[in-house]
Ligand binder design. Structure first.
Ligand code: SF4
Ligand code: SF4
Length: 308
């Protein structure tokens, strides 16, 4: 079977993206036709590892990444003229004046590494350097599949680059050669990390729920996917939620004709499974949610390998 890379994204956080990824990963490992690698590209809040921890004897590899630029102040060059503050060199308000020593200080979190202070200081008292921006962590999970995830460092401005690095890192694993499915837990939203995640994928699952914000953010997520002309299917989580918005949601789905990969009912097995840090298909294999996710997996396989 030809290798396929799929991403699970949502315009909005908290709609069940990671629960679905974990459940699909757990189903995949029992499918003899599939060799999968799992990626968590939600680098600003990676939590798939909580449900898929390392196998007890697995070695955990960690690689630091250095892609974020930050200013460094060179005190020995500074003549304390205060121009950097008085002329407002920094558009991001990252420069403050320290009265006690009469020197500027840099707010690390606010600094965007734009380089303006370096260019404008007449004494060349600022440098721009790369700093640690995050980590890539990989190991064999307790369900035997490899997991690779990125973790952004607080203050890093390069989450999208870290996502690309995670995807590249996966290609160097021994397991990559034989794998025919790359399953990616993507970030929420429509920003740089999402774009870096969906770029180059074969298929995308957009998960949502029938609420006003769910629909609003689904529309935005689909706009991103359509820019890349990648086939996609929608998963509606809590599809049977009693909500006055159900009619509007149904009308949107009916009018667009987008493919519904599956619907997951409201089922307390999912939050219970999460509280035990387990995939719902393992925690409650015969629950309504688990049966729905198994059906989604079958539809996904058809969409990936039988549609062309
Ligand atoms: S950093 Fe440059 S501009 Fe700011 S006080 Fe020092 S010399 Fe003046
Ligand atoms: S690099 Fe840019 S953002 Fe950072 S302190 Fe200098 S001017 Fe401000």
């Amino acid at each position: 079977m030809k290798r396929k890379a799929i991403g699970i994204i949502s315009g909005k956080g908290g709609v069940g993206k990671t629960s679905l990824t974990a459940a699909l990963a757990s189903i995949v490992r029992t499918d003899n036709e599939i060799n999968a690698i799992i990626l968590d590209c939600d680098v600003d809040a990676p939590n798939l590892a909580l449900i898929l921890p390392a196998e007890s004897n697995s070695k955990i590899e960690s690689l630091d990444t250095f892609t974020t630029l930050k200013a460094t102040f060179l005190e020995d060059k500074c003549v304390q003229c205060r121009q950097c503050i008085d002329d407002h060199f920094c558009e991001f308000n990252a420069l403050k004046w320290e009265e006690e020593n009469s020197i500027p200080t840099i707010d690390y979190l606010a600094c965007e590494g734009c380089g303006a202070c370096k260019v404008l200081c007449p004494e060349h008292a600022f440098e721009i350097n790369t700093v640690k921006s995050g980590e890539i962590i990989s190991y064999k999970t307790n369900i035997t599949l490899p997991l690779i995830y990125g973790k952004t460092r607080l203050g890093s401005t390069t989450s999208g680059k870290l996502v690309s690095d995670v995807k590249e890192y996966a290609k160097q694993l021994d397991e990559f050669e034989d794998c025919n499915l790359i399953l990616i837990d993507g970030p929420p939203g429509i920003g740089c990390p999402v774009i870096a995640t969906v770029s180059g994928l074969d298929y995308i699952i957009t998960i949502t729920e029938p609420t006003p914000s769910g629909l609003h953010d689904l529309v935005r997520a689909i706009e991103v996917v359509q820019q890349f002309e990648i086939p996609f299917g929608i998963v509606i989580n809590k599809f049977d939620l009693k909500s006055p918005f159900q009619d509007d949601f149904k009308e949107y789905i009916d009018n667009t004709g987008f493919y519904i990969l599956g619907k997951i009912p409201f089922d307390l097995s999912i939050p219970k499974a999460m509280s035990y840090a387990e995939a719902v298909v393992d925690f409650a294999p015969n629950s309504d949610a688990s049966l729905a996710i198994k059906a989604i997996y079958n539809n996904l396989k058809n969409a990936l390998w039988n549609s062309r």
